[in-house]
Design a protein around this ligand. Structure first.
Ligand code: DGL
Length: 269
């Protein structure tokens, strides 16, 4: 048994979709969440900048007495994690391996789509991972740089002409590739899942990367006998690098009704 909290971070609010799934799987676990809301989005920045931000995110969470870290940011998971995970002695789970594994399991025709930030797509991380675990499958990638700002600004509902127009344009090339599985390679995208599902149609399975990472961490903690006693509902403490009010206003949409116990503004550098 291990009653220490789980650290989770993202560039912004999107990682709360992973927290939501983590709390569904492990309701008794305490969570410390860092959202670097002052610097979101990371996905259009250079590799050097993303590495620097990722180091600061890790360093912040390592200041807490935590037992594991979920990198609930597709951009950090694809760009920085391959070089950084071994620097830490605690379990660190990113989104790439669990989501790639799920995609390889689900696809029937071997044609997998990936939508993600520009940095994630250019990293080639999903192509490498899927080639490693399922070399017979093909990956078709599409960067969707406008999705994160639209999601952070609440333009998320089916019928919203802005998100619908942008999504149709981004997804058109993937519709032509006859994919049957689509990795939502950024943790903001589950918020526009309905918009994406409508465009891709019922024959395409959508994979929530933060959810897969949460399930992977739950399995690791179980195997290590490192779950909390679970005698009370877990708490969720949030730390953000921009306005607390702005974060609290939008957080409910990402958390799906889960409670946030406190939010504090912090500086990372
Ligand atoms: N949630 C982040 C991700 O999964 C948002 C992307 C960004 O900051 O650009 O990649």
């Amino acid at each position: 048994m291990d009653n220490r909290a789980i650290g989770v971070f993202d560039s912004g609010l999107g990682g709360l979709t992973a927290v939501r799934r983590l709390r569904e799987a492990l309701p008794g676990e305490d969570v410390v969440y860092l959202g670097d809301t002052g610097r979101v989005p990371y996905g259009g920045r250079s590799r050097e900048t993303i590495m620097q931000y990722a180091r600061e995110d890790f360093a912040f969470l390592m200041g807490f007495d935590i037992k594991a870290i979920v990198v609930a940011c597709g951009t950090v998971s694809t760009v920085a994690l391959p070089e950084m995970a071994e620097d830490y002695s605690l379990p660190v789970v990113g989104v790439v391996e669990p989501a790639a594994k799920k995609a390889a399991e689900l696809t029937k025709n071997g044609r997998i789509g990936l939508i993600a930030t520009r940095a994630s797509v250019s990293s080639g991380s999903y192509e490498r991972e899927i080639a490693r675990i399922a070399p017979d499958k093909q990956v078709f990638s599409q960067a969707c740089p406008l999705f994160v700002p639209l999601v952070e600004n609440g333009r998320v509902s089916p019928g919203d002409v802005v998100i619908e127009t942008v999504a149709r344009e981004y997804l058109a090339p993937l519709r032509e590739k006859d994919i049957d599985t689509l990795i939502l390679g950024c943790t903001h995208y589950p918020i526009i899942r309905d918009v994406i599902a409508d465009i891709m149609g019922p024959g395409v399975a959508l994979i929530d990367t933060g959810g897969e990472a949460a399930a992977e961490l739950a399995a690791i903690l179980r195997a290590r006998d490192a779950l909390s006693a679970g005698t009370r509902e877990g708490t969720c403490r949030c730390f953000v690098t921009d306005s607390v009010e702005g974060f609290n206003e939008s957080a409910g949409r990402f958390l799906g009704g889960g409670v946030i116990n406190e939010t504090q503004r912090v500086s990372l550098n």
